[in-house]
Design a protein. Structure first.
Lengths: 490, 112
């Protein structure tokens, strides 16, 4: 049974409806309206199902808008590019004999999760069939009925983007999230284990979490009232915590920490960070869901990344005497992670502050988690190889909390964020901050427990690691029968 | 015939080549190498992890010359590769029993 928001054929009462809508909006400037629309977009994903069910009175039916839909399609392409970008970012850090395997752990998911998403992932995240605050439904399997017969129907009341563009956009998020986890497992996990882990993790962790935060579920603006603009919780905290847990369960690389080597290709790291930054304009910027107002979320995204890059390099310059390229790349990514939950809810000034604070926080986290280099004095027993938790987990957490502290009331409209707006109204930013803390803790617990169960299942069936001999040989050849750099090729 | 193996700074390879060609020593093999001597390694930092990199990049130049050209060749290489700082490199001389040109099967000094 398709939700009401999908059946948006031209109603005969359109004229009456339009007149009514214009009347309601008479006092509202168009620009302001757009801004509200964008805000709703963030929560929108989650809200729509609820709206469909409960017919939220405050949101009016709007026709699909070409520019807004185009923003989503452009954003989808940009977010897709983040996955190969991440592959380069991570690939540069590993040894030359493991670079293809590391990059495949991200790149392959454009196939696996790409299919999974259209088959069932979208439905589990944004359906309403199960009427549960924790999981969607099965009515949108194969994206059946999404966007109406011509694919141009709007997502839901109050949304001017097409449902099809939204489904694609969200699919790109689903692809990159498990890819982020790979940073904790590189250079030792069996590719078959990675396949099953990502499949199960996406279904049982990502989809429920997306539903809880964006799908109108437990954690979102219709539940306890936490806000997450573009995925600080769903994407970054989830992947960061999963990375930490899986690093513990899979165990360190053989010979860690003495065997740890410097990055094999720093230019790859910069290339990857550049692609990630570009793609993040789609990730955060297009999460505004409305072209006219998206300039704001584009600016906050970039300003935060700039502030974080600068902060990270200045810290290094001050402490070690030299700013590093790896530090600049890491700082930029940390800033992008930090602004993700906040991009459409805070002022530009706040975005710069978020970038700087997140960079400092992630810098400290990286110092604690590092292997200590060839000195061999591991600062951590965990081989969290590429700092996925220290950047995405810590950065996502700081960003989510600062979102609560810095959110601007006008940018969290009650139409789209009823519970969140009420909290802001009644107890201010402190109240929202406390809700954000709750959402973060729930996410940590849910992801940590779920990831542990999935990993233990995979361990018991296909096993997790390659043999120490295969680690020595290199995973490019062992897992894929290829080498990235053949010295005999000329 | 003697084989001269010179380990020099990568930035000095072109100067070494020019100096040898000026002596009409035509043909040489150059490869990338890594090593350390008294210069020892350097410390690199990545995300706060410190790595002591012991092996620094060098270039290995190999030429085989007739006995009468050994001395001028060594002088030419040393002069071209010297900066006066630690890390300029080393030159090793080894005897060569035979040289064969694959294309024609010629052997001895004529094959150089």
């Amino acid at each position: 049974m398709p939700p009401t928001f999908l059946s948006s054929g031209p109603p005969s009462v359109e004229t009456t409806f339009d007149r009514f809508r214009l009347k309601v909006l008479a006092g509202v400037q168009d620009a302001q309206l757009r801004r509200y629309a964008l805000v709703l977009l963030a929560a929108g994903a989650g809200l729509l199902p609820l709206m469909a069910g409960s017919a939220h009175a405050a949101l009016q039916k709007v026709p699909t808008d070409g520019a807004d839909t185009l923003l989503m399609l452009m954003g989808s392409a940009m977010v897709l590019l983040m996955t190969p970008g991440l592959a380069f970012f991570y690939g540069g850090f590993t040894r030359a004999k493991n670079v293809l395997n590391t990059m495949m752990m991200s790149f392959f998911l454009m196939g696996l999760i790409g299919v999974l998403w259209v088959v069932i992932g979208y439905s589990l995240s944004f359906g309403v069939g199960f009427k549960s605050p924790f999981i969607g439904g099965l009515e949108f399997m194969w994206l059946n009925g999404v966007g109406g017969p011509l694919g141009d129907a709007p997502l839901a009341d109050g949304f001017s983007i097409s449902a099809t563009s939204f489904a694609l956009f969200q699919g790109m998020f689903a692809i990159i999230t498990p890819a982020l986890i790979s940073g904790a497992l590189v250079e030792r996990i069996n590719f078959k284990a990675w396949f099953w882990f990502c499949l199960l993790w996406s279904i049982f962790i990502y989809c429920p979490l997306a539903h809880m935060v964006w799908g109108g579920g437990y954690l979102g603006p219709l539940g306890i009232g936490a806000i997450d603009f573009a995925g600080g919780t769903v994407v970054h905290i989830a992947s960061g915590v999963a990375a930490l847990v899986s690093a513990a369960i899979v165990g360190p690389r053989t010979g860690y920490p003495e065997s740890v080597r410097p990055p094999h290709n720093v230019p790859y790291i910069l290339l990857g960070a550049g692609l990630l930054w570009f793609g993040w304009f789609g990730f955060n910027g297009a999460s505004y869901f409305a072209a006219k107002g998206a300039g704001l979320s584009f600016i906050t995204t970039s300003a935060s990344a700039s502030a974080a890059l600068l902060t990270w390099c200045l810290i290094e310059w001050f402490r070690d005497g030299k700013p590093t390229a790896v530090g600049a790349a890491t700082g930029a990514v940390a800033g992008l992670v930090g602004i993700t939950p906040a991009a459409g809810f805070v002022s530009v000034g706040s975005s710069v502050l978020i970038g700087a604070v997140v960079a400092a926080g992630c810098y400290i986290a990286v110092q604690f988690s590092g292997a200590g280099g060839s000195g061999g004095s591991a600062k951590s027993v965990l081989d969290e190889s590429l700092d996925a938790f220290s950047v995405h987990g810590v950065g996502g957490t700081i960003g989510a909390l600062l979102t609560g502290a810095l959110a601007v009331k006008e940018m969290v409209p009650a139409d789209y964020f009823p519970v969140s707006a009420k909290i802001l109204e009644e107890s201010g930013n402190l109240g929202l901050f406390i809700v954000q803390v709750k959402a973060v803790l729930v996410t940590y617990g849910f992801v940590a427990i779920g990831t542990t169960i999935i990993l233990l299942m995979v361990k018991a069936t296909v096993g997790l690691r390659v043999t120490p001999e295969d680690e020595e040989r290199g995973l490019d050849f062992v897992c894929h029968g290829e080498e990235a750099y053949d010295p005999m090729t000329n | 015939m003697k084989m001269i193996t010179a380990l020099v700074r990568p930035s000095k390879v072109d100067a070494v080549k020019s100096a040898l060609v000026a002596l009409e020593i035509i043909g040489m093999t150059v490869s990338d190498a890594r090593g350390f001597g008294r210069q020892k390694g350097q410390v690199e930092r990545y995300r706060g992890n410190e790595f002591t990199v012991d092996f620094l990049p060098k270039s290995k130049v190999i030429v085989v010359v007739t006995d009468d050209k050994v001395k001028p060749a060594i002088e030419a290489i040393a002069q071209a590769a010297r900066t006066g700082e630690i890390g300029d490199g080393k030159i090793f001389i080894t005897p060569v029993e035979e040289t064969i040109r694959i294309r024609t099967g010629e052997s001895g000094e004529i094959a150089l």
